[in-house]
Design a protein around this ligand. Sequence first.
Ligand SMILES: Nc1ncnc2c1ncn2[C@@H]1O[C@H](COP(=O)(O)OP(=O)(O)O)[C@@H](O)[C@H]1O
Ligand SMILES: [Mg+2]
Length: 301
Amino acid sequence: MTDDITTVEVIPESPDGQEGIRPPRFGRGIQQQPFQAAEPEPATPATLEGRNITAWFGDHQVLDRVSLTMEAGVITSLIGPSGCGKSTFLRILNRMHELVPSASLAGEVLLDGDDIYDPARKLVDARKQIGMVFQKPNPFPAMSIYDNVIAGLKLTGVRVSHGEKDELVESCLVKAGLWNEVKDRLRAPGAGLSGGQQQRLCIARSLAVRPRVLLMDEPCSALDPTSTRVIEETMLELAHEVTIVIVTHNMQQAQRVSQQCAFFLAAQGTPGTIIEHGDTEAMFADPIDPRTHDYVSGRFG
Ligand SMILES: Nc1ncnc2c1ncn2[C@@H]1O[C@H](COP(=O)(O)OP(=O)(O)O)[C@@H](O)[C@H]1O
Ligand SMILES: [Mg+2]
């Protein structure tokens, strides 16, 4: 699946074909200036807040007034049994839920206080600022590793001059913990990488548009323990520049990587809600609700 970046608006290349360079408009002696150059400083993490999120597929309600604040620069894990609405909640956080024809929602999503569903805001802005990594790594298989990293730029309207691309590719691969393994074969196809490497390539691709939040839906569930460990280390290193929200069924993973945690549950025949949320350590060591206790201690799920 490639729906994280194939559905956004396509911004055409500059008509002169010189990507990133604006030709001088008049007169002699006016130097060509880089056009909207990539900012050198790292992105800053943003706080994402879901307020009273209710969601439906057709007339099937799957979430009921879910509110959760995901603090800037903090890793928040979403846990709970299958089918309780974690993925739906995550997809609402970057406006992917609305891609499903039968889907509807109520409530608000605020990015540093701004409503991402405000009709005055472009869909592409939300997708650019709030990236997503899926359960199954989805690089473009025939595309080179290098081109995979920058694949999201044009689609989200981020312009980078030719010279800056090499730097951007390197820095994103470094951040994603993949650079040393691929630096000698950047022109090889993405499909040649292992599953764990492909997932890190997808993380690098997400980082290239400098998101302020990164949503990860069970990013390690298809990976072996070694690759999982590398992704977890990558997440911990990224947390200072991007807010991370991760759905995981692995209770050890939630404890290893997240500082905050929310437990979702949908009782038989009812929509999903958050039963309890807060400090991860406290939720695992001393949960308030008996259902949280049963879930984190492995009694169901
Ligand atoms: N595209 C869809 N169309 C109809 N129902 C869906 C769709 N996606 C998810 N659902 C339903 O929404 C509920 C929540 O699913 P989901 O958000 O995937 O839960 P989780 O990620 O916690 O396993 C489930 O009952 C699921 O069957
Ligand atoms: Mg899911």
